[in-house]
Design a protein around this ligand. Sequence first.
Ligand code: HEC
Ligand code: HEC
Length: 164
Amino acid sequence: MKRYLFVLTPMFLLVTFGSFGWNSCNSTKAIQTSNEKMVQDTAFDEAAAIAAIKKKIEGREQEPAEAVFENIQIMKGFPAGRVLDIMQMAFSRSLGVSCDHCHVPNDWGNEEKLTKQVTRDMWMMMGEINGELLKNIPNLQSEQPVANCTTCHRGQIKPATSLK
Ligand code: HEC
Ligand code: HEC
C-alpha cells in the first residue's frame, strides 16, 4: 500500500512532467525519427493511433484514467488525457521507441507484452528513488532532485553503463 502512495503526490506529477518539459525542446525531431523508424519496421502509425485514442476518449479527458481505460494499475486517479501525454512524452521518447514496444497496437488494454509489465515496475522503482532514496541523501545541493525514465534511458531501451 505504502508503495502506491507516492503516485498521488504532487512531487510525482512533477517527475512525470519534468520529462515532458525536457523532451519538448526536441520533440519535433523525435517524432520524425520515430515515424521514419516505424514506417521501416512495422506498419504501425503512431500519429494515427494517438488521434484515434483522442477521438475515442473525447469529452472524458478529465475523468480518472481507470474509468476511461481497461487496465489501469499505476495511473489510477490520473486524468485520462494526461495518461496519453505520459505515454508519448515520458515513456516513448525517453526509451526512443514507439507505442508498439510495450503494446499490441490498437489493443491498448492487452497485457501480453513483457515490456508493459516491466514498465509498471520501473514506475514503482522511480517512485522509490524520488520519494524515498533521493530525498534522503543529505547535503545534496538541490531543492527538488528528480530522476525519471529519461535520466537512465536517455533515448535507449537499455540504459548505458559506461561512456563510449
Ligand atoms: C515503455 C512502455 C510503454 C510505451 C512505449 C507506451 N505505453 Fe501505453 N501503457 C504502458 C503501461 C505500463 C500502461 C498501463 C498503465 C497503468 O497500469 O496504469 C499503458 C497504458 C496505455 C493505455 C491505456 C490502456 C487501457 O485500456 O488500459 C493506452 C491507451 C496507451 N497506453 C496508449 C499508448 C500509446 C498511444 C503509446 C505510444 C504513443 C504508448 N501507450 C506507449 C506502457 C507503455
Ligand atoms: C534508475 C535507472 C532507471 C530508471 C529511472 C528507469 N529505468 Fe528502465 N531500465 C533500467 C535498467 C538498468 C534496465 C535493465 C536493462 C537490461 O535489461 O540490461 C531497464 C529496463 C527497462 C525496460 C525493459 C527493456 C527491454 O525492452 O528489455 C523497460 C520497458 C523500461 N526499463 C522502461 C522504463 C520506463 C518507462 C521508465 C520510467 C517510468 C524507466 N524504465 C525508468 C533503468 C532505469
